[in-house]
Design a protein around this ligand. Structure first.
Ligand code: SAH
Length: 243
């Protein structure tokens, strides 16, 4: 049998004013092992290399006044143009609280592609013209404000990398997780059987796999209903497709 065609490794290019933050947590555990094995690659490029003048200035005061500083469009465009070829097929993402919320569906889509180019903002924000001029898609990791895009970029990259083939211990271990079926995950238990007066639910010890699957589905639905009822319309759509 011929070996499977070699898959080119998933390539992440990060543009940041703090390249020293990378790989950071991505260099440890699951993502770090995968990085060392070449399943994915990570290049962190310093936007400041394209700064203006002796001081390599990257920001300036906001047009129209107001607090903070704004990352210059010419500087970020130069950094992007130096980092990526015009025909680079990877999505160009800008981490931004105004962006489309990052979901497991988006993560799956990115993980299935060739990689990602991720721009990390700092300061008050980024000159709007470079977002349009370089076709950046804004992605948010939640409705709160971080001081910079680096931690958001790490969240995105970590979520993608764990889905790459061969990264998770068991190939199937992603399939039943939170969000994958539009539901939050059911509760987990392991030894000891009794702990501080709390027992493992009987059904999980019964060996009856159908009963266990039913219990897990019911628990996932209960927890989703209690905590994230907003997810449930997606569940109904999923069931219709199944039926
Ligand atoms: N003034 C901006 C916030 C700037 S925070 C506003 O009100 O929208 C500085 C940088 O941190 C942003 O440019 C972005 O890259 C990053 N950032 C902050 N919160 C984020 C979030 N929730 N998701 C993704 N990136 C975020």
């Amino acid at each position: 049998m011929s070996p499977p065609a070699a898959r080119r490794s998933w390539a992440a290019t990060v543009l940041t004013l703090h390249p020293e933050m990378f790989p950071g947590p991505l260099g440890a555990s699951l993502s770090g092992d995968a990085l060392a094995r070449g399943v994915w690659s990570l290049e962190a490029r310093n936007i400041r290399e394209h700064g203006i003048g002796r001081h390599r200035a990257v920001d300036d005061t906001p047009a129209g006044g107001g607090p903070g500083m704004v990352l210059r469009c010419d500087v970020l465009a130069a950094a992007l143009d130096a980092a990526i070829a015009p025909d680079d097929p990877r999505p160009r993402l800008l981490m931004s609280p105004r962006g489309a919320p990052l979901t497991q569906a988006r993560v799956r889509e990115f993980a299935a592609g060739p990689g990602a180019i991720v721009v990390c903002g700092r300061f008050e924000g980024i000159d709007e013209r470079v977002i349009a001029g370089r076709g950046l898609a804004e992605i948010s990791v939640g409705d709160y404000v971080l001081s910079g895009g680096e931690i958001a970029a790490m969240a995105l990259l970590d979520a993608c990398v764990r889905l790459l083939p061969g990264v998770m211990g068991k190939d199937a271990s992603g399939a039943e997780e939170s969000f994958e079926a539009g539901l939050l995950e059911y509760p987990h238990y392991t030894r000891p059987r009794q702990w501080e007066g709390r027992a493992i639910p009987e059904v999980l010890l019964s060996g009856d796999h159908a009963a266990i699957a039913r219990w897990r589905r019911a628990e996932a639905e209960r927890i989703t209903q209690e905590r994230r009822a907003d997810l449930l319309p997606g569940v109904r759509a999923h069931r219709v497709r199944e039926g």
